[in-house]
Design a protein around this ligand. Sequence first.
Ligand SMILES: *[C@@H]1O[C@H](CO)[C@@H](O)[C@H](O)[C@H]1NC(C)=O
Ligand SMILES: *[C@@H]1O[C@H](CO)[C@@H](O)[C@H](O)[C@H]1NC(C)=O
Ligand SMILES: *[C@@H]1O[C@H](CO)[C@@H](O)[C@H](O)[C@H]1NC(C)=O
Ligand SMILES: *[C@@H]1O[C@H](CO)[C@@H](O)[C@H](O)[C@H]1NC(C)=O
Ligand SMILES: *[C@@H]1O[C@H](CO)[C@@H](O)[C@H](O)[C@H]1NC(C)=O
Ligand SMILES: *[C@@H]1O[C@H](CO)[C@@H](O)[C@H](O)[C@H]1NC(C)=O
Ligand SMILES: *[C@@H]1O[C@H](CO)[C@@H](O)[C@H](O)[C@H]1NC(C)=O
Length: 303
Amino acid sequence: METAVAISLTLFILTGLCAGQGLFPQGSVNGAEGGTAMFITNLIPPAQPFIIISWTVGGANIITSTSDDSIGPGYGDRITLNKTTGSLELRNLTLADSGGYRVAITTATAETINGSTELVVYENISDANIKGPPNHLFADWSSANLTCEAAGNITTIQWTKEGQPLSAGGNILFSEENRKVSISPVKRHDSGEYVCKLTNPASSATASYRMIVNYGPESMTILGRHIAEVESFTLIYCSVQSVPPATFTWLFNGQQTGVHEAGYIIRSVSYNNSGDYRCDARNDLTGNVISVDHSLSVKGTGL
Ligand SMILES: *[C@@H]1O[C@H](CO)[C@@H](O)[C@H](O)[C@H]1NC(C)=O
Ligand SMILES: *[C@@H]1O[C@H](CO)[C@@H](O)[C@H](O)[C@H]1NC(C)=O
Ligand SMILES: *[C@@H]1O[C@H](CO)[C@@H](O)[C@H](O)[C@H]1NC(C)=O
Ligand SMILES: *[C@@H]1O[C@H](CO)[C@@H](O)[C@H](O)[C@H]1NC(C)=O
Ligand SMILES: *[C@@H]1O[C@H](CO)[C@@H](O)[C@H](O)[C@H]1NC(C)=O
Ligand SMILES: *[C@@H]1O[C@H](CO)[C@@H](O)[C@H](O)[C@H]1NC(C)=O
Ligand SMILES: *[C@@H]1O[C@H](CO)[C@@H](O)[C@H](O)[C@H]1NC(C)=O
């Protein structure tokens, strides 16, 4: 009874192995051009060494190992055979190494164990870059295409913006198998660092692009006192949202002051500083100018 179970188990295992099932994991072996592939069998090293181990690709000999080794042309310095497991290491891979690999092993008890697997060699991904829009972008007005380009075998492309996955929807559309992101129209919050990650089963590469969406100036406010004591320090500050940053011009009672900072500073106020101040903010790219007025009256101390 126990013997019968043992025999049928042995038969089952051998049948499975002869059909090439289970000797290698499911699926193909992936390698990078110039890299190394490992064909690892799941054989437990036997008590008595194997008599013959023969590896072939597409029917051509890679190595036939008996008492001595017969190695196929082009494999001499590229392979290492593990004679206790039949596992094979293949180095310095080229695209031409892709194909169907078979191993046939004859055990000390003259049984044949056959296995087969597939090697796919991928070109490394290189020269990744993102091609962005050639012109300046203006919020709510322009459209932008970002195109992820690279050399080599590419199987997937994923995008992130500021480290977060970028997803389609709203003004964002993916096309050409994720190679291209179209943003139409661009919004202010679309400014930022875009990264595309290209992968294949053997290598990956990334490229990044900083996109700037120009807008403004807008939401302008002036901060500062309306009444200042004579000889006090006074700051009137012009605040505005603008990309690129606005350039400022301060006018006093309609006259140019020569001040072009966001803050108009009077270190020691005089009576003749009373009057109307105007801040003009200009965005040199959008060409837009906006202005806000501010009145200041100077009073004597202790009044
Ligand atoms: C194993 O493969 C060889 C050829 O590679 C073939 O001659 C032999 O019949 C196969 N054996 C089994 C048990 O499938
Ligand atoms: C490809 O990438 C692998 C693994 O990163 C590396 O070993 C190999 O040298 C690269 N090949 C080329 C041609 O750059
Ligand atoms: C062959 O593979 C076995 C199991 O992975 C390992 O223990 C052994 O060291 C290997 N032999 C050689 C010569 O690499
Ligand atoms: C890998 O192969 C290339 C071309 O086949 C050869 O020029 C190069 O010397 C080889 N490198 C190694 C480390 O064997
Ligand atoms: C973006 O690419 C699409 C085609 O995918 C094209 O129709 C559109 O004109 C491009 N937009 C810009 C701003 O280049
Ligand atoms: C990789 O790209 C080359 C052409 O550049 C092609 O010949 C080869 O079949 C591709 N390999 C894979 C695994 O897609
Ligand atoms: C304002 O008065 C101060 C003296 O109090 C004087 O130095 C300054 O030149 C005056 N400025 C203008 C614009 O008249």
